[in-house]
Design a protein around this ligand. Structure first.
Ligand SMILES: Nc1ncnc2c1ncn2[C@@H]1O[C@H](COP(=O)(O)OP(=O)(O)OP(=O)(O)O)[C@@H](O)[C@H]1O
Ligand SMILES: C[C@@](O)(CCOP(=O)(O)OP(=O)(O)O)CC(=O)O
Length: 410
């Protein structure tokens, strides 16, 4: 039996992927670009073991066994990684130095997300990236991340970007077989450490329209989508330039515009798809007011929303304290311990609301009401960080029999 455990991060796109030109191979209709967020805050953790004795492939997700035969996308990742392992095994055998035939063994997969699954918090991205990275380690595959990203892409499109840390582009490619549709790193996490993110959890309920279904409805019914596809290439270039120059002004504006355009094509889909709610729109308004109040007129924060109501606010480190206090004032939580844990010590020991709210910020109340307690349930302060990590044996989610150490309480 061989067992490996790894974690993979979440990524939040600043130029969104929305639409497939091939739904089987998961080939997108446009390039996209994302920021990888710290695994210390949000991650998927996956243990995989391979053993001759297992009767078949099995999967436990968040402590519950799932029917792996129904998960076609996961199966794609098994097929692709096993094929590469098999080629290595055949080569080794031909050279007279046979290696263990791991490609023929059934596997047990056990994975946990330390945040809500399928709630628009990019769990499919970290989950499928963790799966492919762990399989690659289990099978000792060559660790070219762009190569692995082509496999992760077939699990969930956005997963291909979670194989790298920092700033990551998914190049859509032109080939029909998807051979050039892969992720590449634009800049490592060390390039712009001052860029931070605040995830505002508006709802952690499972979302209504999945990204997979929603994006194909957009492709089929939205005339506005054709316009978006003309705009994205220029935006990609401008975004890469902004990142390389650490130009938050351009980065922020492009991020907000692209999020808004993505939600506009959702509204233009027929029947329309609504991912944002009143709280999401309230946060957008607050960020625009905050930027308007900036003494030098420069953007201080930028929002973006995926296929759900949760806001992700990108901002330079020096503004984060103010932003956290602002959100906490206008969108207060129920339980302050749960609402915000000051992992990075940004409040300098002060409590939320303590010694805070400059006059300029109270004046926003004319435009944005203080929302009902609980409309934002939680704030997660995080940063740009590294790609997948290999953990040690003691972190394994499977026991010596290859069964989960922990199962969900029902
Ligand atoms: N840790 C994991 N390991 C394997 N598969 C996972 C894992 N976490 C999530 N998934 C898969 O991803 C699916 C959720 O994907 P979905 O796109 O609906 O939500 P999301 O990723 O949270 O949202 P979005 O991608 O729109 O931000 C799950 O139903 C499951 O099949
Ligand atoms: C709005 C998005 O988060 C959409 C993500 O879509 P998925 O990658 O979840 O879709 P599938 O490829 O069908 O699995 C934008 C993005 O992450 O770029």
């Amino acid at each position: 039996m061989k067992t490996v455990t790894c974690t993979a991060p979440v990524n939040i796109a600043v130029i969104k992927y929305w639409g497939k030109r091939d739904t089987q191979l998961i080939l997108p209709t446009n390039d996209s670009l994302s920021v990888t967020l710290s695994q210390d805050i949000l991650h998927s953790k996956t243990t995989i073991s391979a053993a001759k004795e297992y009767s078949g492939d099995r999967l436990w997700l968040n402590g519950k066994e799932e029917d792996i035969t129904k998960n076609k996308r996961m199966h794609n990742c098994f097929r692709e990684t096993r094929a590469i392992r098999k080629a290595v095994e055949d080569k080794a055998a031909a050279a007279g130095q046979p290696i263990e035939l791991l490609s023929t063994y059934p596997v047990h997969v056990c994975s946990e997300n330390n945040f809500p699954t399928a709630a628009g918090l990019a769990s499919s991205a970290s989950g499928l990236a963790a799966l492919v990275f762990t399989l690659a380690k289990l099978f000792d595959l060559p660790s070219d991340m762009s190569e692995l990203s082509r496999i992760a892409r077939q699990g969930s499109g956005s997963a291909c970007r979670s194989l790298f840390g920092g700033f990551v582009a998914w190049e859509m490619g032109k080939e029909a077989d998807g051979s050039d549709s892969k992720a590449v790193q634009v800049a490592p996490e060390t390039h712009w450490p001052e860029l931070e993110a605040l995830v505002c959890v508006v709802s952690d309920a499972k979302k209504g329209t999945s990204s997979t279904e929603g994006m194909q409805n957009t492709i089929q019914t939205s005339p506005l989508m054709a316009e978006r596809l003309k705009v994205v290439p220029g935006r990609m270039e401008a975004m890469k330039k902004a990142i390389l120059a650490k130009d938050f002004e351009s980065f922020g504006e492009l991020t907000m515009r692209d999020s808004n355009q993505f939600h506009a094509v959702c509204l233009d889909t027929f029947p329309p798809i609504f991912y944002l709610n009143d709280t999401s729109r309230g946060i957008m308004r607050l960020i625009h007011e905050y930027n308007r109040s900036s003494p030098d007129g420069k953007i201080k924060a930028a929002y973006t929303y995926d296929a759900g109501p949760n806001a992700v606010i990108y901002a330079p480190k020096q503004n984060m304290r103010e932003i956290i206090q602002l959100i906490a004032h206008y969108f207060p939580g129920t339980d302050s311990d749960y609402y915000f844990k000051d992992t990075y010590g940004v409040l300098g020991g002060a409590a939320l609301g303590e010694n805070y709210l400059p006059a300029a910020h109270t004046s926003f109340e004319e435009v944005i009401p203080v929302h009902p307690v609980g409309s934002v349930s939680r704030l997660l302060h995080t940063k740009t960080h590294d790609g997948p990590r290999v953990l040690s044996e003691k972190d394994s989610l499977l026991n010596e029999q290859g069964l989960p150490k922990r199962t969900a309480q029902v």
